[in-house]
Design a protein around this ligand. Structure first.
Ligand code: PLP
Length: 416
């Protein structure tokens, strides 16, 4: 197969790679081949510099101080919120609530919205391919409130049966919570149709966008989603920062999860009142540096251009599926057609345990993930204890995919 040096869309991985200092590192005396992006992405210098600049030149707490540093920190923190809002085309910056990540964002909805709106006998619709972060909070809510979880039929490649889904709605359906892109199968779910069907029954939808927002252009208004959750660290930003996007009317009606500083209007000895959005849902000193770093990450992604990034990853995904499928005895999970999926590629080789494949790849400097990927129900559905997962991002190259395929073939031969 001919290997292009840059993609038709014009994204030049060589130029992009120069922005990521860690990609010049050696691992086990081999050049690092980083293919664990679904777990966390690497960070460009622009993000690292934004963190340094905050700590070195204007570190201060926000929203409180009347001094210059605090005013600058507040302005940069709120500018980051506006950048994120424009990145996902939210109608208002205050529809972006900073959290620690996807997990916290979903728990915020399960507590703040769920406890108010879900009662005994009510139903929440999920899929069997959810990450534990979009499963366990709903199990906890169901237990607290006596509600039921129901699972939308899907095939083993993660394609949702939309007709069966549409028939699941009844008077007790309260919420649909589904992934926008599977972190195991790579499947991109038909989010706009899922939302349209739910809204026809006046049921809100939460999209777990942890894997989609880093890789696809996402417009929350076009999707008409009610809630979306995502993590900064999977989209070039720092760890410990993420986002709950929510429609203003829903966020406004939500009970805060964290009582404390910054979220109050008036505090008396026996009662308090809350301030408005977004502060009402961000009690306590937030991750100021993290939010500023996420703002820088979003700027970086916008400069590269999400459509070119998506095209590049699509081209690499096609290439990787093609090379891997040539390996004798490999079982590739997720849709074979790359148009239905992103660059998350899970597989099982012969009867070699995924941990053994992961360990051998690591010896070659290739970082992949092997395990259940926080999706144990999906592993059970697929009939495997674990998979090897290679996941791509904008800085990955065709040569790295070659290394992966060669490494997997070597692992297969080693254990034959
Ligand atoms: N949802 C999906 C689809 C994920 O892939 C992940 C992380 O792997 C999460 C949720 C949880 O994200 P975090 O651990 O950043 O909260």
């Amino acid at each position: 197969m001919t290997v292009p040096t840059s993609t038709a869309a014009g994204l030049d991985p060589a130029q992009i790679r120069a922005d990521f200092p860690i990609l010049a590192e050696q691992v086990h005396e081999r050049p690092l081949v980083y293919l664990d992006n679904a777990a966390t992405s690497q960070k460009p210098r622009a993000v690292i510099d934004a963190l340094h600049t905050y700590y070195e030149t204007y570190n201060a707490n926000i929203h409180r101080g009347l001094h210059a540093l605090s005013e600058r920190a507040t302005a940069e923190y709120e500018a980051a919120r506006s950048h994120v809002a424009s990145f996902i085309n939210a109608a208002h910056p205050h529809e972006v609530i900073f959290t620690r990540g996807t997990t916290e964002a979903i728990n915020l909805v399960a507590r703040g919205w769920g406890d108010e709106n879900v009662s005994e006998g009510d139903e929440i619709l999920l899929t069997e391919m959810e990450h534990h972060s979009n499963l366990v909070p709903w199990q906890m809510l169901a237990r607290r409130r006596g509600a039921q979880l129901r699972y939308i039929p899907m095939d083993d490649e993660g394609r949702i049966d939309l007709e069966a889904y549409a028939r699941m709605f009844g008077p007790r359906t309260r919420l649909v919570a589904v992934t926008h892109m599977s972190n195991v199968l790579g499947t991109i779910t038909p989010a706009a149709q899922i939302v349209r069907i739910a809204h026809a029954h006046n049921v809100p939808v939460l999209l777990d966008a942890a894997q989609s927002i880093p890789h696809l252009p996402v417009d929350v208004q076009a999707l008409d989603a009610d809630f979306m959750a995502f993590s900064g660290h999977k989209m070039l930003g720092p760890t410990g920062i993420g986002v709950l996007y929510g429609r203003e009317s829903l966020l406004d009606a939500m009970e805060p999860l964290f009582g404390g500083g910054s979220m109050i209007r008036v505090v008396e000895l026996h009662q308090s009142s809350w301030t408005g959005l977004p502060d009402r849902l961000e009690g306590g000193t937030p991750n100021i540096a993290g939010a500023i770093g996420l703002g820088a990450a979003v700027n970086y992604l916008q400069t590269v251009g999400m459509p070119s990034l998506t095209d590049h990853e699509h081209e690499l995904t096609v290439y990787a599926l093609d090379l891997l499928s040539d390996i004798d005895g490999i079982r590739l999970f997720g849709p074979p057609d790359a148009h239905e999926r992103g660059g998350v590629i899970s597989f099982y080789v012969g009867d070699v345990h995924p941990h053994d494949v992961g360990t051998l790849l690591d010896a070659d400097g290739i970082a992949v993930r092997a395990g259940h990927h926080c999706a144990q129900p999906l592993m059970r559905k697929l009939g495997v204890p674990a998979t090897v997962r290679a996941s791509l991002y904008l800085y990955n190259t065709h040569a790295e995919v070659d290394c992966l395929a060669e490494g997997v073939a070597r692992a297969k031969a080693f254990f034959a």
